[in-house]
Design a protein around this ligand. Structure first.
Ligand code: FES
Length: 133
C-alpha cells in the first residue's frame, strides 16, 4: 500500500481518472447517491449490439470514490450488458489492489450507477420496441 494506505493503482486512478466527464450523446445514464447533499456517481454509456462501447462518469466523493468509479468504467468498457451487470464492488476493489476497510463502502457507487444505466437503457429500448409506428 502507498500513502494513506491506498494502493498504487488507487492513487493512479485518483490522480488520473479514466473516462471522466459528461457524455452528450449517451444512450443511457445512471445515477446513485445525492449530488446535492453527498456522495454521488453518474455513469454514461454508449451501447452497440448489447456491448458497452463507450462509458464515462462524473462523481462527487472522496479519493476512493473517484478511483473506484474510474476502475468501474475501465472494467465495463467492451463488456456485454449482461457481463457488466454482473460486476460487483469486489471485482473493482480487487482490480485496484484493495482498499482500506473504512473506504470499502465507496466502491458500491460504481456497480450501482452502472446497473442503473443498464436498467434505464433496457427500459428505454423496451419502450422503443413497443412504441406504435
Ligand atoms: Fe463517501 Fe468515499 S464516497 S467516503
Amino acid at each position: 500500500m502507498g500513502c494513506f494506505d491506498f494502493s498504487d493503482a488507487v492513487l493512479d486512478h485518483f490522480m488520473c481518472p479514466r473516462n471522466i466527464g459528461e457524455m452528450d450523446d449517451a444512450d443511457s445514464v445512471g445515477t446513485v447517491g445525492e449530488p446535492d447533499c453527498g456522495d454521488a456517481l453518474t455513469i454514461y454509456i454508449k451501447v452497440e449490439n448489447h456491448v458497452i462501447t463507450d462509458i464515462s462518469f462524473l462523481v462527487y466523493g472522496c479519493a476512493a470514490a473517484i478511483a473506484t468509479s474510474s476502475m468501474t468504467t475501465e472494467l465495463a468498457k467492451g463488456k456485454t450488458l449482461e457481463e457488466a451487470y454482473r460486476m460487483t464492488e469486489e471485482d473493482i476493489v480487487s482490480a485496484l489492489g484493495g482498499l482500506p476497510n473504512d473506504k470499502l463502502h465507496c466502491s458500491v457507487l460504481g456497480p450501482g450507477a452502472l446497473k442503473k444505466a443498464i436498467d434505464n437503457y433496457r427500459s428505454k429500448t423496451a419502450d422503443e420496441r413497443s412504441a406504435p409506428c
